[in-house]
Design a protein around this ligand. Structure first.
Ligand SMILES: C[S@@+](CC[C@H](N)C(=O)[O-])C[C@H]1O[C@@H](n2cnc3c(N)ncnc32)[C@H](O)[C@@H]1O
Length: 313
């Protein structure tokens, strides 16, 4: 058995590994090293898959927001290694896209070049590049690299028509405080759309899908607060946040605990009964072992493993 397997099989050893990894991330941050593989989405993807992914993410935003196009000033948090979605947003009618990323996702420049070249052949996209199609020549894109969303929205004077993210909120140290700053940065009539993955991101793969909730808060903090691993802010936290501020909000479920396939965003009652029951059974099997702050949550809330949060001002 390899050392990796020995560590993975034992949750205590796995925790110790993440404490070390988190310390290392803090050390790298102190040295100004912002490189990460989180967000290197297009690395190793075929050109066709990359373009399909960009189109899907863009179409999902329109679908979630029930809008036909973007307009005005848009903030995309954590775009990852490529600005294809920002290009689609600009082409649909936005004047500018502010891309905000705390880290520098590692990218393959040849793959990136091919993606921008392919997109530049689409009707309307060619005018979005000021010269050779690449990320440095996108007109209307303002890249805030090395700036966390928490910091950016606290400080910015820019007001946004849209603030969007996908697979990012779960990596923020304090996403609820950041959401409040985002709400302040929205224009009247503005909208935020966040797709959030509430799973453990493979930290305890091979174990029960809620194993991460067994760990106490203090230990979780030193396992994750520098590395950007999941923050364990769950569905009820987001729903409470939506209920406690001036935005009119909506909350849809995209995944259930222990169920592999994604679901189209929907309300709990709309999800097929058998699927809900299967997930609830998985939640109940670990409920007595998880830490007290999560034990107080409803089983149906612990069953929510992915969601879309919409807030309108
Ligand atoms: C899992 S990737 C998602 C990338 C892309 N949105 C997608 O769906 O393919 C998470 C992204 O969020 C960025 N990120 C993580 N924490 C952040 C923070 N606090 N503020 C801004 N960006 C952050 C990462 O650097 C990365 O680009």
């Amino acid at each position: 058995m390899t050392l990796r397997k020995i560590i993975k099989n034992n949750t205590k050893l796995t925790c110790a590994w993440y404490v070390f990894e988190n310390w290392l991330a803090g050390y790298r941050l102190k040295k100004g090293n912002l490189k990460t593989t989180s967000g290197s989405r297009h690395s190793g993807m075929s050109l066709e898959d990359s373009v399909n992914y960009i189109d899907k993410v863009f179409a999902d935003y329109l679908d979630y927001g029930k809008i036909h196009n973007f307009y005005g000033t848009v903030a995309e948090i954590g775009p990852g290694d490529n600005f294809g979605v920002a290009l689609c947003i600009l082409n649909s009618g936005a004047q500018s896209v502010h891309a905000i990323d705390r880290w520098k996702p590692i990218k393959n420049l040849n793959e990136q070049k091919r993606i921008y070249q392919k997109l530049s052949h689409r009707v309307g996209f060619e005018k979005l590049f000021d010269g050779t199609p690449n990320e440095d020549n996108i007109q209307g894109l303002v890249y805030h690299q090395g700036v966390s969303a928490e910091q950016f929205f606290k400080q910015t004077n820019v007001k946004f028509d849209f603030i969007i993210s996908r697979a990012v909120m779960e990596h923020l140290f304090d996403p609820l405080e950041a959401l409040t700053s985002m709400a302040n940065a929205l224009k009247p009539g503005g909208m935020m759309i966040h797709r959030i993955d509430l799973r453990d991101h493979g930290m305890f793969s091979g174990h029960h899908p809620l194993t991460h909730l067994m760990i106490n808060e203090k230990l979780w903090k030193i396992m994750t607060n520098k590395s950007g691993r999941p923050n364990r802010i769950l569905a009820p936290h987001y729903k409470n946040w939506l209920n406690s501020n001036e935005l009119s909000g909506d909350f849809f479920i995209t995944r259930l605990t222990g169920i592999t396939e994604e679901i189209t965003p929907q309300k709990w009652e709309q999800i097929p009964y058998e699927m809900r029951e299967e997930s609830l059974k998985i939640v109940k099997s670990i409920k007595h072992k998880i830490s007290s702050q999560y034990q107080n949550m409803k089983n149906s809330d612990l069953s929510i493993a992915g969601c879309v949060l919409i807030g309108k001002k």
